[in-house]
Write a protein that binds this ligand. Structure first.
Ligand code: SF4
Length: 230
């Protein structure tokens, strides 16, 4: 049974926590951990009430910020620089093996001209950002990645990403957003002049998660520390 159906079954058997949490949310706009957990079980009329109060809170927030009815967003173009990665996160649907890339006819790394072509197309369509997606230091695991970098004059994937971010920034004006995984402070500093922003995924703070220390850099503590230093 899924976690969600367990929660909704609990709220059917004992509706009081959900009813109380909903009433409190409608009255005060506030909830707490127990209330938020109970709200996951909202269905039917209760779900409609929950969505109504959520809309009201959103609109109130926008009005307070003098942005009534305005939701902003930034169009971005995806640049899948490489789908190779040193990690083996079992849920990942992005990552590929060298054999998988070969079968699909996808290059080890997108070459500069292809990166620029996609970025230019994005800019022509009104994008403002270039989102560089890639695996974490594939050269640590895959000889084919090491070879490609060496053949093209780059010392590492981060070195290549820095060069490509600079190319996209200067040639298209798109703002690079980089997602290269866990980096040292020195590496972050090196990429900073060519990146408007950098991202790092933190799927969970739970240490019992599927991220297995040793073969995966998705170790929550490492990622939390890194967020703290940026
Ligand atoms: S680190 Fe990211 S890209 Fe690599 S396998 Fe894990 S989720 Fe996929």
């Amino acid at each position: 049974m899924s976690k969600q159906s367990v929660m909704s079954k609990q709220s059917v058997l004992n509706p009081a926590p959900l009813t109380d949490a909903l009433a409190r949310l409608e009255d005060t706009g506030e909830t707490d951990l127990a209330g938020a957990t109970a709200l996951f079980g909202a269905r039917g009329d209760n779900l409609d009430r929950l969505l109504n109060v959520a809309s009201r809170l959103r609109d109130d927030g926008l009005a307070r910020a003098s942005r009534e009815g305005i939701i902003t967003y930034s169009k971005k173009v995806f640049l899948p620089v490489t789908q190779l990665c040193q990690d083996r996160c079992h849920y990942c649907v992005f990552v590929e093996t060298p054999g998988g890339l070969l079968k699909k006819g996808i290059p080890t790394y997108l070459p500069p001209e292809e990166i620029l072509r996609i970025a230019r197309e994005g800019a022509a369509l009104g994008c403002k950002e270039a989102l560089f997606t890639l695996g974490d230091r594939p050269e640590n695991r895959w000889p084919v990645a090491r070879q490609w970098l060496e053949d093209h004059g780059y010392t590492s994937t981060l070195d290549y990403i820095g060069a490509m971010a600079e190319l996209v920034l200067t040639e298209t004006g798109l703002l690079p957003h980089l997602n290269p995984g866990v980096m040292s402070f020195a590496e972050l500093q090196r990429l900073r002049p060519v990146a408007a922003s950098m991202g790092l995924m933190l799927e969970t703070t739970a240490t019992r998660s599927g991220a297995s220390a040793g073969e995966c850099t998705l170790v929550p503590r490492t990622r939390i520390l890194l967020c703290g230093c940026g």
